[in-house]
Design a protein around this ligand. Structure first.
Ligand code: F6P
Length: 348
């Protein structure tokens, strides 16, 4: 059979970057080569399709990228459907590049665009990505495991300095409107209180937890707070500024400082804040994320080959499978009650 006779697959990575994107890209190129597809790498997420920037990906271009963080394709938070002109450009560029199939790797926004294009007839496969782990339809997104291991290491380090100084350390982590990173990272790091959007708490309740801990002789504490946590009675989420991105998302950040100030004011315990920020998204993916990304990439190409389009690959238990994009993107996936209950056992 002639090489590359099955058509061209375009691949893009959109939204916030996360560890595991490069393993996905490598897997797509390797599997596509095996099944005789050409792969075109679209630059900077949907922006590359609006502006018409893409380049062929070969076995050589993906060699050595498995352990690398970030994405060799670049990414952006561009919404190509926000106006008719950009949307027309997307269609014109799909035609210009002769893209037969599109693999969109991203979170709720990127996959939301993929779902809409799929409904209009574009042959799309979605791959769920985000450190936030908030995509319903998959048991886990890649990037999450790496973020959790970074948070865990940070909490381990904060423990020794917290204990030496007998301080309360407040650690603000990412996660947007869900508390997955905070809950799993906090559990793994042995946090004494975990504050997440799913479970509002008052400042009195938080201080009570810390005072209980003090009363049993533990004079330092670790409080993990998710950036999207709302302190009951203190209004809405805390944002860094008034800006929103092209999908309408606020720029979350600052709740750690609010919580720390209130704890110190009410308990008198010396308190410090650490905001982990984008460190959680940087660097090399864990083994788990490399393997999950690789399995997702292979499955995405296999679905194209089998003609199963308009799907999102996903993890169900230990199995890689798929669900229709339209079913995957209906709601955010919040932290399970069982996990929250388990974390609460270790409060105080
Ligand atoms: O969605 C991933 C994420 O890291 C969120 O946890 C966080 O709120 C947001 O992206 C930060 O976005 P940016 O990289 O645009 O600052």
């Amino acid at each position: 059979m002639a090489r590359n006779s099955n058509g061209t697959i375009g691949i893009l990575t959109g939204g916030g970057d996360c560890p595991g994107l490069n393993p996905v890209i490598r897997a797509v190129v390797r599997r596509a080569d095996m099944l005789n597809y050409r792969v075109l790498g679209i630059k900077n997420g949907w922006l590359g399709l609006v502006k018409g920037i893409a380049e062929p990906l070969s076995l050589i271009s993906v060699s050595g990228i498995l352990p690398r963080g970030g994405t060799i394709l670049g990414t952006s938070r561009t919404n190509p459907l926000k106006n008719e002109e950009d949307k027309k450009r997307v269609y014109a560029n799909l035609k210009k590049f002769k893209i037969d199939y599109l693999i969109a790797v991203g979170g709720e926004d990127t996959l939301g665009v993929a779902r809409k294009l799929s409904a209009e007839g574009v042959k799309v496969i979605g791959i769920p990505k985000t450190i936030d782990n908030d995509i319903a339809g998959t048991d886990q997104t890649f990037g999450f495991d790496t973020a959790v291991s970074i948070v865990t290491e940070a909490i381990d380090r904060l423990h020794t300095t917290a204990e030496s100084h007998q301080r309360v350390m407040v650690v603000e982590v990412m996660g947007r409107h869900t508390g997955w990173i905070a809950t799993v990272g906090g559990l793994a790091g042995g946090a004494d209180c975990i504050l997440i959007p799913e479970e509002p708490m008052t400042i009195e309740e938080i201080c009570e937890v810390l005072e209980k801990r003090h009363s049993r002789g533990r004079l330092f504490s670790i409080v993990v707070v998710a950036e999207g946590f709302k302190l009951a009675g203190y209004g809405d989420v805390v944002t860094k500024d008034k800006k929103v991105d092209q999908f309408g998302h606020e720029h979350l950040g600052g709740i750690g400082e609010v919580v720390a100030q209130e704890i110190e004011k009410r308990t008198g315990y010396e308190t410090r804040v650490t905001v982990l920020g984008h460190v959680q998204r940087g660097g090399s993916p864990t083994a788990f994320d490399r393997v999950l990304g690789t399995r997702y990439g292979v499955k995405a190409v296999d679905l194209i080959h089998e003609g199963k389009l308009g799907m999102m690959v996903c993890l169900k238990g230990n199995r890689i499978t798929y669900i229709p994009l339209k079913k995957a993107m209906t709601k955010l996936k919040y932290v399970d009650r069982e996990l929250i209950d388990t974390a609460e056992i270790f409060y105080g």
